[in-house]
Design a protein around this ligand. Structure first.
Ligand code: DX5
Ligand code: ZN
Length: 226
């Protein structure tokens, strides 16, 4: 890989009663980005948090806030997530009819734009929006919950998207069931950002988070590109 692999802990696995402290703990433990999973109980069968929570935790870290919107419709809410302090806003290709328009809207708000696709969605849906993207997120579980198992069929999709990206400055992120073992597979296939919820927050202390992030980083660094 040309760039070092980035680790983005998903705060869905944090202790929500102490969310501000948890953000500070993963920041101190070496997180590169803070991954925020927004769920609406409609696009996905779970509800998490919205822009006001992101706004409240934003001052707790200077790191990149990587906001993954699992909501439909999405356009009407983009401004609120931009104002809340998101740095990257990622939307699902399956969440609306006009992906190109939504991506333009994110960039017009001054934010980096990402698109994500569920495990059953083929990668060709992003072929004609590549030049509007700063990030592509491959879901390696069906979105909605932490703690699920990595779906191995997505490795081929990661390889194909890495080839589609070519020399464009687009991050290729993987989310769902990432642990040191699957991290190595994802990076070998071409991923350069790893989201991990349960694999980072396991242990519940700052020192556990540091150990967990280090384990992911080590697995990623020791990967031989496939
Ligand atoms: C799933 C979310 C993920 C989730 C990952 O819908 O997008 O970010 O928190 O959790 P783990 O790493 O436990 O699979
Ligand atoms: Zn996510």
């Amino acid at each position: 890989m040309l760039n070092p692999v980035l680790i983005a802990p998903s705060i869905l696995s944090a202790d929500f009663a102490r969310l501000g402290e948890e953000i500070e703990a993963i920041d101190a433990a070496g997180a590169d980005w803070i991954h925020c999973d927004v769920m609406d109980g409609h696009f996905v069968p779970n509800i998490s948090f919205g822009p006001d929570v992101i706004k409240a935790i934003r001052p707790r870290s200077k790191k990149v806030f990587d906001v993954h919107l699992m909501i439909a419709p999405v356009d009407a809410y983009l401004e609120a997530f931009a104002k809340a302090g998101s740095d990257i806003i990622t939307i699902h290709a399956e969440a609306g009819q006009h992906l190109d328009r939504s991506l333009q809207l994110i960039r017009s708000l001054g934010k980096r734009a990402g698109v994500t696709i569920c495990p059953s969605t083929p990668e060709n849906v992003i072929e004609y929006v590549l030049d509007r993207l700063d990030l592509i997120l491959v879901m390696t579980v069906n979105p909605g919950f932490g703690g699920q198992s990595f779906i191995l069929s997505q490795l081929e999709k990661i390889r194909r998207i890495r080839a589609m990206i070519g020399d464009r400055p687009i991050h290729l992120e993987v989310d769902g069931g990432v642990n040191p073992e699957t991290a190595a597979l994802a990076v070998a296939a071409g991923a350069d950002v790893l989201v991990a919820g349960s694999a980072v927050f396991r242990g519940g202390t700052g020192s556990a988070y540091r150990t967990n992030i280090f384990a992911l980083r080590t697995a990623a660094a020791n990967t031989v590109e496939a």
